[in-house]
Design a binder for this molecule. Sequence first.
Ligand code: ZN
Length: 427
Amino acid sequence: MEPRIRELMDFLDGAHSVYHAVAGLAWELEAAGYQCLSESDSWSLRAGGKYYLTRGGSAVIAFRIPDTEPAGFMMSASHADRPSFKVKENAQLSGKYTRLAVEGYGGMIRHSWLDRPLSVAGRVLVQTDEGVQSRLVDIDRDLLLIPSVAIHMDRQVNEGKNWNLAVDLLPVLGGAEPGIQFSKLLTQAAGGEILGHDLYLYNRQKAAVWGIEEEFLSAPALDDLECAWCCCKGFLEAEESAAIPVLCVFDSEEVGSSSLQGAGSCLLESVLSRICKACDLDLDRMLSQSFMVSADNAHAIHPNHPEYADAANAPVMGGGPVIKFNANMRYTTDGATAAIWRKVCAMANVPVQTYCNRADMPGGSTLGNISLSHVSVPTVDLGLPQLAMHAAYETAGVQDALYFMDAMTAFYSCAMEIPADGVYVIR
Ligand code: ZN
């Protein structure tokens, strides 16, 4: 197997929650010599310096300062959260079996979560002498399962079932009176008294490469950890340019981005403004020479349902990263940003595919236009073509991840100049 795919799969296999995904990316940045900043410190940044910060443990921004006078920001934004089930307060439900009280997070394909081993991961807030401290928790074993009702008792199950989150989808944790309480299990894993938590169910199935030529990659949360990883790899491997490269991975995209760690927060705006202050740069002039890649996976044409795709803009897995277009700007791409991205891909020898919704189907949106409302720079919406978006186990093309790493390496090796409105110089 191509080592870069093995690395991606290892990342996916460890990223059991948004917090673990961000911790995995932070580990990569640390290993590459990036210095962790705190938002509460004053920042003194030096030419040649490499930095990152996290917020709430579920969003990360990294950047480096070039040796020469910086000209613009070359940025990417992706997200580390995924549709799942969040564990409620007072979660242990007793009865003939012990179940866990959960509620839906984001828009998942509900039936895909049934009849498979699940576990719990996320963060807990533990009491300390000084206050509270966030710790990662992962009950890293087969712990829970949401059982189907037998077909003999639910003859309509294959006729299009309405899965009720409060009735059909509560996972079983144990027998009637288990010897250990769920809260105790968490306390043991956390190593302290827990005062708060953000815990999610996750699918225990590991990433797999499959197909007659091993052309497909399946894993939980490919949307959007695949983009987050490829952007991070491109960011780390790029050559220096005159621009400041910025990597952003946000939380909360699946629920509208409006959290402290989401693309709808002031996080990116604040970081860019602080970079400019620390480096004595004019923020407005910097933004006028900047570019953003909003990277969130796209829909490949479905083998059994080609009718859902636009006839002329239906990407296939393995055909290259996808530019997403929407006339009503649910995607940020316009002619200019599509052209710039095509130019970057040509430099990297990476093929480009295009995606539009069928004109009679509204489709989804992503974090690009939310980020754009805070940091207004030309933005292209991209993604890797995949199937089964928001299922517990999603499928994409192996080659597309490699293409996207190459494209992002080329992108982050560039700087852009906009000498006049409508004129873009990429070097
Ligand atoms: Zn997404």
